[in-house]
Design a protein. Sequence first.
Length: 303
Amino acid sequence: MSDFFSDFWSYYIAAIALAGIGWCVWLLFSQRTMAGDGPADDTGHVWDGDLRELNNPLPRWWAWMFLLACVFGLSYLLLYPGLGSYPGMLETSSRVELAEHRKAAEARQNEVYAKYLSMDIKQVAADPQAREIGQRLFLNTCAQCHGSDARGSRGYPNLSDTDWLYGGDPDTIAQTIAKGRHGMMPSFAGAVDAKQAGDVAQYVRSLSGLASDPIRVARGEPVFKTTCAACHGASGKGNAALGAPNLSDKVWLYGSSEASIVEAILKGRDNRMPAHEDILTPERIRMLTAYVWGLSNTSGARQ
């Protein structure tokens, strides 16, 4: 509880914890808890003629156990973290313990990865044990977006084909995993109207051989070359340096319908892949790189 945005919440939590213990102590001493404090109270409930209900004081041993439990709770909060952001007199931290356990676990795992450090990525991708390790890393780290089969979904690239936004060589894949990517297509709503966007969509569809209206294609081509060619190229084959997709193949990240293409033109796209260099060790990134490279290079990964 050390990551509060302001000191108020730290004091708030501490006050609630201390007030709870104080209330328990008050309750104990306010209810005639100790045996021998006087005769039992007569509640006035009588039944079956002579059965009378009395309010007897709590047994002394029970009262002391209750009081000791309150003392234990207060002592624990003073020794260990629990009162807001107060670290405790012993200054123990579960984060430190977690970091130590993680470091020890990584050291054991690195012993397994060590034999692959001297191997080429393509050789690692061809090793059955390395593929199993890479698959587990992928399922734990990447499958949430790209799917367990790595075929992606709307807005998330398919990693099992040969179509790459930034390139599919091992070095580029490793950089993508470690540093992440931020692919952005700006909105052109101020540069083209809805009709022109529709014509450009028809032209873009024609580049990959999809059904299109020839008249609208002719109208959309000059708009494309003055508006879109700077990133996607005059022939629409994209630019890996910018992460601009190839529009002349049949691979679509958001769909190939006119409506989807018009939406991209008028509203833009903003795609982010998070960096994993703070999550995965260099050894794990290397194993994951080999696995991902092998997905689209089946023959090379099975030699």
